[in-house]
Design a binder for this molecule. Structure first.
Ligand code: ATP
Length: 195
């Protein structure tokens, strides 16, 4: 099974592009959703997070996302601790998910591929890029957060310029180019690579 990664900075349009691939019959896994599920259900992960972040990490058994987010987005070391706890379990669950799919190839959508080393498990990587000002405004509108909060998240990631150079295919999600024709074009190319 050919494994394709879909990445891009916060607010670049990954989920929007992923929905178009889904409409083409491609199985898509959202790494954020998967890691959220793991943080709620995997006992070893829950214990490690509680040890690292304290008892406020879970309130009545529910992950205290606001508390964790505030810590990790202002402290790169604690972000690396959280990633070190959650990523190995997420990668394993993604492998299990991939084995069960029947589509010609699968897509794993994640903001962090190159940052975590998980790009190595992928056959090809599709990048989505969008002007910084557009990304900031879209995330402020979508999540109802301040520009400073969006910038703090963007500053934790590798810049788009570097990230896109590492991708095999790049989708421009700006106001000039239509998304659907770009996705169709890449979909056809990937189908041509499926053996
Ligand atoms: P995150 O990394 O934060 O999950 P993302 O890269 O998955 O973000 P999306 O959620 O797809 O990005 O897009 C961010 C916001 O911008 C969403 O509200 C989405 O509806 C909107 N958006 C994305 N692309 C476009 C577009 N081409 N035109 C208009 N709105 C768009």
């Amino acid at each position: 099974m050919l494994k394709v990664g879909l990445t891009g900075g916060i607010g670049s349009g990954k989920t929007t592009v992923a929905k178009i691939f889904e409409c083409l019959g491609i199985a898509v896994l959202n790494a954020d959703d998967l890691s959220r599920q793991i943080m709620h259900q995997n006992q070893a992960v829950i214990s490690a997070i509680t040890n690292a972040f304290g008892n406020n990490a879970y309130l009545n058994g529910v992950l205290n996302r606001k508390y964790i987010s505030e810590i990790v987005f202002s402290d790169p070391f604690m972000l690396s601790v959280l990633n070190a706890i959650v990523h190995p379990a997420t990668i394993q669950a993604a492998i299990e998910w991939t084995c069960k799919q029947k589509s010609p190839y699968t897509i794993k959508e994640a903001a962090l591929f190159f940052e975590t080393g998980s790009a190595e498990g992928m056959d090809y990587i599709v990048g989505v890029t969008s002007p910084l000002s557009v990304r900031i405004q879209r995330v402020m509108d979508r999540d109802g957060i301040s520009k400073a909060a969006v910038m703090a998240r963007i500053n934790q990631q590798i810049g788009d310029e570097v990230k896109m150079k590492l991708c095999d295919f790049v989708i421009q999600n700006n106001d000039q180019q239509l998304l659907i024709p770009q996705v169709l074009n890449i979909h056809q190319k990937i189908l041509g690579l499926v053996v």
